[in-house]
Design a protein around this ligand. Structure first.
Ligand code: PMP
Length: 373
């Protein structure tokens, strides 16, 4: 053990304790951040523009009065998992919950990744898949999407055969490019994958299809499919941090092994369970946003931008008359914040706009028209 340096004018000796260096494999990593600046119109992080229903808030407030705050929460989050299981037609033993779907992804990587193991992903895609893999010491085998950002099954086959990943990540609809993978494509990936296929459906309710059907119905490889969902988008609860997976019971057990005891607080368990009583309100929000997405897409089609179809609550576009950076700054001058993806691999010159409320989208479209000229 290093001796503690004596106090005195000579300063600490050569063996004095110093601030340890951060793990060498982490020093090259940049954090994952989106600008948090004060603006009138915030369209950069794919949140819900609407608060949860007032009736949910009333029920939550009332329910909080019965929480034993001096006691640890239900470690197994049994009531929440049962309710989620019922909503997806599976048992509670097939649901794992965590603090946001990012923590679900981290739990999967802690349980199945690590040194000597690899995961596959197809870029451009949600950058946290790669980021969390790095943090957990898991190698990343990255394939490319087509020029239109779709999944290329030949490329998937090549990457999976070469690397034999323990997890193959899909993101459907894919953030930040927008399209969902079809059930047939997902089935084809499962047939090729040597391990788990994790389908990140953070935006699943905005799309017409879901891999949940494959998980719930069973069939070849169904026990290797894991669908990850979040309360941050369609459920309008990004501030609460709640996400979950639907998968085979052994996958749930594996994730439970790596989370800290009582990781899911009692208030959050209550909030999530109550939210499930407001499915109609959630679906109304989704329908409104999908309609607005169509309106933005139609407006973009008239402007000097390249754009791609979206099955989510955001749209990727590439200005062609001015640089992405100039357009992003022009929007910010008009107090409209969008996501600048222009320096992400494979997304040169691209910006991503989250679908907001009609008035916010009007502000965005007016400011965009202005800043493109
Ligand atoms: N997956 C995808 C594809 C996302 O876009 C996000 C949020 N940006 C997440 C997961 C994480 O969401 P949360 O941790 O808020 O559930």
């Amino acid at each position: 053990m290093a001796a503690v340096a004596p106090r005195g004018d000579a300063g600490p000796g050569p063996d004095a304790p110093v601030l340890p260096a951060v793990r060498a494999d982490l020093t090259a990593l940049a954090g994952y951040h989106s600008a948090q600046v004060e603006v009138d119109v915030r369209l950069n992080t794919n949140e819900s523009p609407l608060a949860p229903p007032p009736a949910w808030l009333d029920a939550f407030r009332t329910g909080l009065e019965d929480v034993d705050f001096n006691r640890y929460p239900d470690r197994g989050a049994s009531a929440l998992r049962r309710a989620l299981g019922e909503s997806h037609g599976v048992g509670a033993d097939r649901i794992f919950c965590a603090n946001g779907s990012n923590e679900v992804l981290q739990s999967l990587l802690l349980a199945y990744g690590g040194p000597g193991r690899s995961v596959a992903l197809f870029e451009p895609t949600y950058t946290l898949h790669r980021h969390i893999a790095h943090i957990t010491g898991t190698a990343v085998a990255a394939g490319r999407r087509t020029d239109d950002f779709l999944l290329d099954l030949d490329e998937v086959e090549r990457v999976l055969a070469a690397h034999r990943p323990v997890i193959t990540f899909l993101c459907s609809p894919n953030n930040p490019t927008g399209r969902a993978d079809s059930v047939e494509q997902i089935r084809a990936v499962v047939a090729m994958a040597p391990g788990l296929v994790v389908v990140d459906e953070a935006y699943g309710q905005f799309a017409g299809s879901s891999a949940l059907d494959l998980v719930a119905r069973g069939g070849p490889g169904a026990e290797r499919i894991v669908v990850v969902r979040t309360f941050s988008k369609t459920w309008a609860m990004a501030g609460l941090r709640l996400g979950y997976l639907v998968g085979a019971a052994p996958v749930v057990d594996a994730c439970q092994l790596v989370v800290l005891p009582y990781h899911l607080d009692a208030a959050k368990q209550l909030a999530g369970r109550l939210a499930l009583q407001f499915v109609d309100e959630m679906e109304t929000r989704v329908a409104m946003l999908n309609e607005e997405r169509g309106r933005i897409a139609a407006a973009l089609a008239e402007l000097p931008v390249e754009t791609w179809p979206s099955d989510a609550n955001f749209i990727l576009f590439r200005p062609t008359s001015r640089s992405a950076r100039e357009v992003w700054a022009g929007l910010l001058d008009a107090s409209v914040l969008v996501r600048d993806c222009s320096d992400w691999p494979g997304l040169a010159g691209c910006l991503r706009v989250t679908v907001g409320l009609p008035a916010e989208n009007d502000r965005f479209m007016a400011a965009l028209t202005e800043s493109l000229t």
